[in-house]
Design a protein around this ligand. Structure first.
Ligand code: IMP
Length: 436
């Protein structure tokens, strides 16, 4: 039995999609357990290039059961669009199950997300405007609508009526917006969600059965640890818990079941949206990383902020998650940069600090303390084995291993499935490829 959790160690967009797609080939169950369509996974495989937002990447493995867990914020319209694209391209979604406990992103959540971002003005968080924050707010306020509610149209209408009454008061008083029509929202939501109804189930029972029978389960993380509501760069964070613990919660399984926690880190840093990022580069190196790495959001298309690898922030993620090993992605992109740097500490108000401050204001005052690392100028994309990597690239990886205190088991050298170097046989075996 193996239960592997794949979690982003930075601010999302670490390239989890490719890793999950690789591991999903040998998984029997793939679970997406938190976040919503704010996330975007790019997957490039034999069937082409896909941008997934809610559907687990295991969908390309016809043998795997793909589960959207209780912790997910589910926008039915956006899931249906995603399913349509998959169907048009010949991918079966027969094996997709949705937890009846997953909270629904309702049309008023989208309106509230945009209205609140406008109201924040210069202090805006730069959300994806997918209504994720307001959905989790309603979940905590215990007024959320859940996927299972769609199976009881009468009860659904009644709940929507009560919630919209409250939202209308808010829309009017705080944002000066027109009231919404509860009947219409309920009716349209019920009609739209019809094709999803056969997928909605008590998936927790299915997950527990899979655990009991020793199946290989892949937990697919979204977003990234530094966006975690508790442990990220608050308040510039998302509203779920994109950590190993958050995935256990969202899937409804105990932490002792996780057999391997794999942290995915990009070989440099990127961030979309607002909030502090100590190693952000505003010069031509940052431009080169964005250009070479096609660093534009999968969900919003926004240019990503780019910077050097931040070992302080990454160590924080290591601790929060307890990763067993690391997948270091996009090492090939660094071939475009001559002299590399790694941030090994911060300088905060004249003192050296080696931990990430909790306050966003303090983090914004942190100046990175860099270590220079020799670069390599040869392309890495064609390489498939550790021993063929330039010695400078090997040193870069080893330095990151030392700074993070965990082995790098997998190195990404291109966007395609096979553009990967495995340094850990167990991961390679799971991906059914050889270590060389
Ligand atoms: P929200 O999750 O849409 O509320 O956005 C909150 C913050 O998290 C914003 O800065 C977003 O840009 C960021 N964010 C949310 N999901 C992702 C992701 O999957 N990748 C990168 N950034 C994300």
């Amino acid at each position: 039995m193996a239960v592997i959790a794949v979690v982003g160690g930075q601010w999302g967009d670490e390239g989890k999609g490719k890793i999950v797609d690789q591991l999903a080939g040998s998984a029997q169950v793939v679970i997406r357990a938190h976040g919503g369509d704010n996330a975007g996974h790019t997957v490039v495989n034999a069937q082409g290039k896909f941008a997934l937002h809610l559907v687990p990447a295991g969908i390309f493995n016809p043998q795997a059961l793909c589960i959207i867990g209780a912790g997910v914020a589910l926008n039915p319209a956006s899931l249906l669009q995603e399913l349509d694209v998959l169907h048009q391209r010949g991918v079966s979604t027969r094996n997709l199950l949705i937890s009846e406990r997953a909270h629904l992103v309702m049309p008023y959540h989208l309106i509230l997300d945009a209205a609140e971002e406008r109201r924040r003005g210069a202090q805006s968080i730069g959300t994806t405007r997918r209504g994720i924050g307001p959905t989790y707010v309603d979940k905590s306020s215990r007024i959320g609508l859940r996927a299972g509610d769609l199976l009881d149209p009468q009860g659904f209408r009644e709940r929507v009526r009560r919630v919209v009454e409250q939202k209308n008061a808010l829309l009017h008083a705080l944002y000066g917006l027109e009231p919404l029509d509860a009947e219409r929202i309920a009716g349209e939501s019920l009609e739209l969600a019809q094709p999803l109804l056969p997928h909605i189930q008590a998936v927790e029972a299915v997950i527990h059965e899979a655990l009991d029978s020793g199946k290989t389960i892949l937990m697919e993380g979204a977003n990234g640890t530094l966006l975690d509501l508790d442990h990220g760069t608050y308040p510039y964070v998302t509203t779920s818990s994109p950590t190993v613990a958050g995935m256990c919660l969202g899937a409804g399984i105990g932490p002792r079941h996780i057999t391997h926690a794999l942290g995915v880190f990009k070989a440099y840093c990127t961030r979309v949206g607002a909030g502090p990022m100590p190693t952000e580069l505003f010069d031509e190196v940052g431009e080169a990383l964005r250009r070479e790495g096609h660093e534009f959001g999968t969900t919003t298309g926004r240019p990503r902020r780019c910077g050097w690898f931040d070992a302080v922030a990454s160590r924080h993620s290591m601790r929060v998650n307890g990763f067993d090993s690391v997948a270091l992605t996009r090492l090939d992109i660094l071939s475009s940069v001559e002299a590399l740097r790694i941030c090994v500490a911060y300088e905060l108000d004249g003192a050296r600090v080696e931990h990430m401050p909790a306050s966003a204001e303090a983090l914004a005052r942190c100046r990175p303390v860099y270590e220079a690392v020799e670069g390599w100028s040869t392309p890495l994309t064609g390489l498939r084995s550790w021993r063929h990597l330039p010695v400078q690239a090997q040193r870069y990886v080893r330095r990151i291993e030392t700074l993070l205190g965990a082995p790098v088991g997998l190195i990404g050298v291109g966007e395609n499935r096979d553009e990967t170097i495995f340094t850990d046989r167990s991961l390679a075996d799971l991906c059914a490829l050889a270590v060389s």
